[in-house]
Design a protein around this ligand. Structure first.
Ligand SMILES: [Zn+2]
Length: 429
């Protein structure tokens, strides 16, 4: 029988000072949990390196400060810690090789500390073991770390290694030597990384809601433990033997895909604003007369007006326009074709409103158009979150008039977005 232990952590012992310094009722610190950071994502446990890099960029841009679990523990237990602005804990379970090869370089780029919970019996000295417990992922076996890699990561000072048992068992299953799993993992880690092994992560979260298992974790000399599940909770309500974590799953991205629950930033702040933008038109106008422009020539100026509606939250958005040649979608013409102001307009886009964003396009005298599109992208003010990319037009090139060397004229027309290419665009940012 499992007993759910709810309610606030009670400071042990008789020091009344601990209770006086308990966290305020409205303070929460997200503890994010990743498993695998690699380029393939066959299940929810994987995020790609590109996704992870965007997530870290978003944390940085929005002013979050990753802290180590020890700091959070000291705060929760009322030891006079002052937390930084927007604290967050970054945690990784299971000790996969991709923590070293894929996640670490990105953590180093931002100098973000993280905690890694290691099943020590899966770590080799020269041989790598495969993950055996995510059975549906059998075709995508993930290799575990070597001790040398763990030691190298510990030496960076950025990764704190903590316990995830030895064999990653269900701690509530019959026949499991829980005492040995807890003690041996602590011993293994201390021997290799020379760090205090104070924290524990329940394999698959099993046992985190059992008072009996929590008691064994405490008896083994740990200070606190994290659950494998949960949502953002006020720290005043936190149980240090099952601190709740928020899983970052494969669908959590900084790029808005139309489902607010997939928004990475919502894991940190449930009220994070998400505008939902639909482009209704992209039109080209003569900047002098304001009339529709159906042909352009080199040397012309064209007013490009993007009209869009926001049916989501109010947010400061940047709108950018780029010219993308069909022949080479990775190239952009926006610089050479002199969009003003600098190809980007930024403003508050109110909820339930329609707005127009205007760009002045100075067509180069010797422009060589070919076929290309006008791409509209909406993004946040830090240029890390992409809400929407749409608005396509085709300019079909043909020869200019007689005697106009180097000049070409193009017919402006609408066409539907290419869904395949549109999907690929998201990977560019
Ligand atoms: Zn695990």
């Amino acid at each position: 029988m499992t007993v759910h232990v709810a309610g606030p952590y009670k400071a042990q012992g008789s020091d009344p000072g601990l209770d006086r310094q308990r966290p305020a009722a409205d303070v929460s610190v997200p503890i994010l949990m990743w498993h695998k950071v690699d380029d393939r994502a066959p299940s929810q446990f994987w995020v790609t390196a590109t996704q992870f890099a965007r997530q870290m960029a978003a944390l940085k841009a929005y002013g979050y400060t990753p802290i180590v679990l020890g700091t959070l523990y000291d705060y929760v237990t009322g030891q006079g810690i002052v937390l930084p602005s927007k604290p967050v804990v970054l945690s990784f379970d299971d000790g996969y090789q991709n923590l070293y090869t894929h996640a670490l370089p990105i953590l180093q780029q931002y100098a973000f500390p993280a905690v890694a919970f290691i099943p020590t019996g899966k770590i080799g000295t020269t041989d790598r073991q495969d993950n055996a417990w995510d059975a549906p992922e059998a075709p995508y076996k993930a290799a575990h770390l070597l001790w040398s890699e763990i030691e190298a990561m510990a030496a960076t000072g950025l990764v704190d290694f903590q316990s995830h048992t030895v064999t990653h068992p269900d701690l509530e299953a019959a026949g499991i030597n829980v005492v040995w799993e807890l003690a041996q993992a602590k011993h293994d880690l201390a021997a290799h990384v020379h760090q205090a092994v104070d924290f524990f992560s329940y394999p698959c979260g099993l046992g985190a809601d059992s008072a009996a298992v929590q008691h064994q974790v405490r008896q083994a000399g740990y200070k606190a433990a994290v659950a494998g599940w949960g949502e953002l909770e006020p720290l005043a309500d936190a149980n240090v033997w099952a601190l709740k974590r928020t899983e970052v799953a494969s669908w959590h991205d900084t790029v808005y895909d139309g489902d607010p629950s997939h928004c990475f930033m919502r894991l940190l702040d449930p009220a994070f604003p998400i505008p939902h933008i639909t482009v209704s038109s992209v039109t080209c106008l003569d900047p002098t007369t304001g009339e529709a422009c159906t042909q352009v020539r080199g040397g012309d100026s064209v007013l490009v007006r993007v009209t869009a509606t926001n049916t989501g939250d109010a947010a400061v958005v940047g709108v950018s326009l780029a010219f993308v040649p069909d022949a080479d979608p990775s190239a952009r013409f926006s610089e050479s074709h002199a969009l003003a102001p600098a190809g980007k307009v930024e403003r508050l886009f109110a909820a339930s409103s329609t707005a127009s964003f205007e760009f002045l396009w100075s067509v180069l005298a010797d422009a060589r158009f070919g076929r290309f599109q006008l791409r509209v992208a909406f993004h946040d003010q830090y240029d890390v979150l992409k809400w929407h990319e749409t608005g396509w037009q085709l300019l079909a090139g043909r020869a200019g008039g007689a005697g106009q060397r180097h000049l070409k004229s193009c017919t402006l027309g609408n066409r539907k977005p290419d869904p395949q290419r549109h999907g690929n665009l998201r990977e560019e940012h």
